[in-house]
Design a protein around this ligand. Sequence first.
Ligand SMILES: Cc1cc2nc3c(=O)[nH]c(=O)nc-3n(C[C@H](O)[C@H](O)[C@H](O)COP(=O)(O)OP(=O)(O)OC[C@H]3O[C@@H](n4cnc5c(N)ncnc54)[C@H](O)[C@@H]3O)c2cc1C
Length: 443
Amino acid sequence: MTPSAPLVYWFRSDLRLRDNPAWVQACALNQPLLAAVFEPHMASTEQRWGSLRPGPHRLAWWHANVRALQLELARHGVTLLVLRGNVVEVLQTVANKVGATAIHCEEIAAPYERAEVQALRNAGFQLHTQWSSTLFVEQELPFAVDELPAVFSQFRNLVERAHTPVPTPLEAPQRVCGFSVPSEIAAAFAPWAAIPPAEQLSVDIRSAFVWGEDTGSAVRAGNEGALAYLDAYFSSNRAAQYKATRNGLIGMAYSSKWSPWLAVGSVSAREIFDALRTYEQRQGANDGSYWLWFELLWREYFRWLHKQYGEALYRGRGLSEATRPVVAIKHQRAFAHWTQGRTGCELVDAGMRELAESGYSSNRMRQILASYWIYDLGGDWRAGAAWFEANLLDYDVYSNQGNWLYIAGLGTDPRGGRKFNVAKQAADHDADGQYRNLWSASP
Ligand SMILES: Cc1cc2nc3c(=O)[nH]c(=O)nc-3n(C[C@H](O)[C@H](O)[C@H](O)COP(=O)(O)OP(=O)(O)OC[C@H]3O[C@@H](n4cnc5c(N)ncnc54)[C@H](O)[C@@H]3O)c2cc1C
């Protein structure tokens, strides 16, 4: 490496400078840093589900968060290259031009993301990966990751009884050594040319997650946007009411809506936990605040589950012993009906329309949609997971895979899958039909 050769910092699902262990580690080396990020592409690119692409809402939210990160990096004199295409080929081209040989990034314990890292190693890069997205530190868990409890409630009981510590969020490094990107590289990988302005996408005001200036909403992307949102959230009574409202279907208020920032990593789970504990110290803990912690533990559980089982979670049979045929071909028509919201089941069709037209879906609807695909239409759960991957603006590899497996009954839970009775769900959660009316057709 020449003396001026930079290290590459590759932002993955960690679009933030605060509380980012991998970024802190890279900055501590005090060498010039070249920052890069790749536009989202489908991990489940298997053609058997059709050629799915990340949808407009997922892309728009991601771009808005990247733009916020770019502005923060610029304050440190760091240029962020926004790249597209094959990670190995593109990084090789960039690295060759600047003489970089080392790449720092977040560790992601999912097969496609692991394969990317391995391919970069095979191409001759030194890769330094750092686990960055959980509340807990592996060494502090009250069990070895290989012995993660098979049932979520056992996991929760163990970490609660052990008072497993959640580290205080790390400050963003003040000293960052920026690399001045040669103009021909900056031009070749024009950082912002590829990014459509957020205004090009009009956020559907029926959405349960309304964001961006053009909508009149105060909700903004990026770490600063997330922290402002958390401030407003905990200044309201929404946390206290969370347990009672969390199964709602319409509007911003029924659940926390933290997932969009968490998914791209523009806020860390520890920053959220910190805000939650501060709220509890100020207002006192209540059912709602406990339940938010409970839900963050679900997110946590699926992350450690990936560490334990990795690729096995991506098999058609998941962790079960049974062999399952691939059913996607047989169900192609059903897949088209389900994805287009034309199954004939009003609640499901409304839910599928909401997902495609807003990029968001409540937890209750996600469960109903997944159950309907698996049990009523007999579809392959991985096709459903791929559709969610393409469309959810809060797509998170661990939570998506973990929840689909859970509903399909192919994860660790010994109680089997979760089939939802749609008529009962409609009666319990949309008795007056307001939700079905809202999403009955395009606006
Ligand atoms: C089939 C299916 C697919 C899903 N795919 C995703 C996904 O791609 N990305 C994603 O972030 N969540 C996913 N979830 C989990 C859950 O639906 C969302 O996290 C939640 O609806 C996000 O809204 P919120 O932030 O208002 O959540 P809240 O209800 O306010 O919960 C607070 C936080 O707890 C975590 N959380 C809550 N429920 C779950 C859960 N069941 N599993 C894991 N974490 C949870 C999230 O980080 C969430 O932001 C999926 C659920 C199902 C049933």
